[in-house]
Write a protein that binds this ligand. Structure first.
Ligand code: NAD
Length: 257
């Protein structure tokens, strides 16, 4: 119950899905949690529920693609919680499903602004605080599609490939500062993002689509949000103190083939 006790953990995209589970599990393990998101009602509710269970949490409205807003919020977290130790860059969008020959520049840029620049801005403005704390852990949410290709959503896949190598680069650049940087690569996890993606792809029977997508994984089903959150807790904690620049696939064997 105290795997991250004493650590202040920022989780982006913490109102829903995987980010919410990360915030909840980090709080259960003793972390003080700063939740960043755009869905204010849901984000406030997650933070309030953590506080009701005796944890420490506060919600900030932050668009991760807005650099001044990211800097303000991270500085604010450091002032309120006495520093920053862990950053979980989870906020992401799937964006346009258009293929390369039809996608517009604006549709492409929208995905990169959140999924790539959002990670950049949060790392850029958290790193001075992590250095001041004597080190820390950054966990970047990539995807199985940051490891292997697939014949759809090129803007999303490109963004997740970028996140994978941004993580390795920063792992090397900041190792001497005792800042660890790792990427997490989920298989399909049942969240609002996946439900919306299946609907946008034309699925009418969502339960059947869910089973079909689950069957793509050797373990035979989709993952759930806690499968990812427990991996994130491990990378946030000192249990993983010798791990940096690693890519943790939590994917039911999807990328093992
Ligand atoms: P989700 O859509 O269910 O939740 C994402 C959260 O991010 C939402 O609360 C949303 O409001 C927030 N968000 C979006 N844009 C934001 C912005 N600009 N600023 C701040 N917050 C923003 O998504 P999810 O399925 O929980 O995915 C979380 C992360 O995991 C994403 O990076 C996603 O690419 C990655 N991922 C998910 C899956 C999956 O199967 N669900 C698989 C691989 C990778």
């Amino acid at each position: 119950m105290d795997r991250v006790t004493g650590k202040t953990c920022i989780v982006t995209g913490a109102a829903l899905g995987i980010g919410r589970a990360c915030a909840e599990r980090l709080a259960e393990e003793g972390g003080a949690v700063a939740l960043f998101d755009l869905h204010d009602n849901e984000g406030e509710a997650v933070a309030a529920a953590i506080r009701e269970r005796g944890g420490r949490a506060r919600y900030w409205h932050v668009d991760v693609s807005d650099e001044p807003a990211v800097k303000r919020a991270i500085d604010d977290v450091a002032a309120e919680f006495g520093g920053v130790n862990v950053v979980v860059n989870n906020a992401g969008i799937s964006g346009s499903t258009k293929l390369t020959h039809e996608i517009t520049e604006a549709e492409w840029d929208k995905v990169q602004a959140v999924n790539v620049k959002g990670v950049l801005f949060c790392c850029k403005h958290a790193i001075p605080h992590l250095k001041a704390a004597g080190g820390g852990s950054i966990i970047n949410l990539s995807s199985i599609y940051g490891l292997v290709g697939a014949a759809d959503v090129p803007a999303y896949h490109a963004s997740k490939g970028a996140v994978r190598l941004m993580s390795k680069t920063d792992a090397l650049c900041y190792a001497a500062d005792r800042i660890r940087v790792n990427s997490v690569h989920p298989g399909y996890i049942w969240t609002p993002m996946v439900e919306n993606h299946l609907k946008a792809s034309g699925a009418t029977d969502i339960e059947a689509a869910r089973r079909d997508v689950g069957a793509l994984h050797p373990l035979g089903h989709m993952g759930d949000v806690d499968d990812i959150a427990w991996g994130v807790v491990y990378l946030a904690s000192d249990e993983s103190k010798f791990i940096t620049g690693a890519e943790l696939a939590i994917d039911g064997g999807y990328t093992a083939r």
